[in-house]
Ligand binder design. Structure first.
Ligand SMILES: [Zn+2]
Length: 416
């Protein structure tokens, strides 16, 4: 049975969203939660962006330590040989890359403003792919940005050149959310048939169809005889109207009519992690989860009207397609209504020890406790909000990694 792989791009597309951002520790926690949920790959950042270097290196170390296993961590860069070179220079441990370049005439004419032809685009991409291969990349995806506004013949030419020079996957980017399920199905099926390589779909939600398009696009690739990769973000956070929501995509693949019989997840997805992951991302981005969000919205399992309430009490399947426990919901959530001790950037050892003690964390000696507290203070400076328990536990468990995540030194003047 053809396989569907999920590549979450929250730590790349999500964080490049206007008005939103994540601290390096929050990005790390997202990688950890994605790994626990069984997601195949996290596009974890930008290897040519200097302030990401320590974060990326630290997460690769977590992978080597077995903490971030088996998830793959991939970097996003422009499909330019110089950027590939820089990525390996700044993040020597990088193994997986996605190389991106615009393919539509709209972009070639109006973004590159006549400085590049269609042939130049292919030549530039091919050089970047070949360089990445040469420098030891284990897997390479090639992104056709604005693919949905690019004619099929050129996409095929572009994809074949990518494959010939060592690319492993073709990422079809519906950058503006222009596709609909019918159009993307036809295109990805044709691409799969013509390119004979796995097809990845990257869908945006400008017309409210990101999840539907992702499913239809993946189905097109599978019907064309290839494995499919779907890009998601947590809570659909992404540029403008966002991307395909991770939980909704998983639910659609697992629960929608007849789909589960046609394809299979490449990894065992633990849907029970969805609630925790979605709520952490909501807290970290400071963006509430919409009340009606599939699976994790406050109303996803709420019933008020007489007929529905009566029906669901008799048998949940009368009015619920899936159970709340499947998503990790249902355990009571305690909110402190009395005295609260918070650890922040100006906290002292007494309050900190109290907070950690409540989580049954003890330190070998005062020096160790002081060191962890200092890291917690710095993490708070970066995130501007109280750390959640999982973050505090992470810092206590991996202080050396946390130190690396929190270390950001701008390059000297003149270096860009
Ligand atoms: Zn995007």
């Amino acid at each position: 049975m053809p396989k569907i792989y999920l590549i979450d791009v929250t730590n790349r597309d999500g964080v490049q969203t206007a008005k939103l951002g994540l601290s390096k520790l929050e990005k790390t926690m997202i990688n950890i939660y994605l790994n626990e949920m069984g997601i195949f790959q996290s596009e974890f950042g930008f290897p040519t962006t200097r302030h990401e270097s320590n974060y990326l290196q630290a997460n690769l170390e977590l992978a080597e330590m077995g903490v971030l296993q088996p998830i793959r961590l991939s970097g996003w860069i422009r499909a330019v040989a110089a950027d590939v070179d820089m990525a390996f220079r700044l993040v020597p441990g990088i193994k997986h890359l996605n190389l991106s370049i615009s393919t539509s005439d709209q972009m070639i004419i109006h973004k590159f403003q006549g400085k590049r032809t269609r042939d130049d685009i292919i030549a530039e991409m091919v050089e970047a792919v070949a360089t990445a291969r040469q420098m030891g990349a284990e897997s390479i995806g090639v992104n056709a940005e604005d693919a949905s506004r690019t004619d099929l013949d050129y996409l095929v030419r572009f994809g074949l050149a990518a494959r010939e020079h060592g690319a492993d996957r073709f990422r079809y980017c519906d950058t503006l959310g222009f596709d609909n399920p019918f159009s993307i199905y036809e295109t990805t099926k044709a691409l799969a048939e013509n390119l004979a390589m796995p097809i990845e779909v990257h869908c945006h939600n400008d017309l409210g169809m990101a999840v539907g398009n992702s499913i239809a696009g993946a189905r097109g690739a599978i019907d064309g005889g290839q494995d499919a990769y779907i890009n998601t973000t947590i809570n659909g956070i992404g540029e403008r109207a966002g991307n395909a929501d991770l939980v909704a995509v998983v639910l659609a693949l697992a629960k929608s009519k007849g789909l589960g019989e046609k394809c299979d997840f490449a990894c065992r997805i633990k849907l029970s992690r969805a609630w925790r992951l979605a709520n952490f991302a909501s807290y970290a981005f400071d963006v509430p989860i919409p009340i009606n969000q599939p699976g994790v919205g406050a109303n996803a399992f709420a019933h008020a009207s007489g007929i529905h309430a009566d029906g669901v009490l008799k048998d949940p399947e009368n009015y619920e397609l899936y159970g709340y426990k499947e998503l990790g919901r249902g355990t009571p959530h305690f909110v402190e209504t009395g005295r609260e001790i918070i650890t922040g950037q100006y906290s002292g050892i007494s309050g900190f020890s109290h907070v950690m003690g409540k989580m049954a964390v003890t330190f070998g000696d005062k020096k160790e406790a002081d060191e962890v507290l200092e890291l917690v203070r710095y993490a708070n400076v970066e995130s501007h909000k109280p750390l959640v328990e999982d973050e505090l536990l992470f810092i206590a468990r991996y202080p050396a990694i946390a130190r690396k995540l929190l270390t950001m030194i701008p390059p000297p003047p003149g270096i860009s």
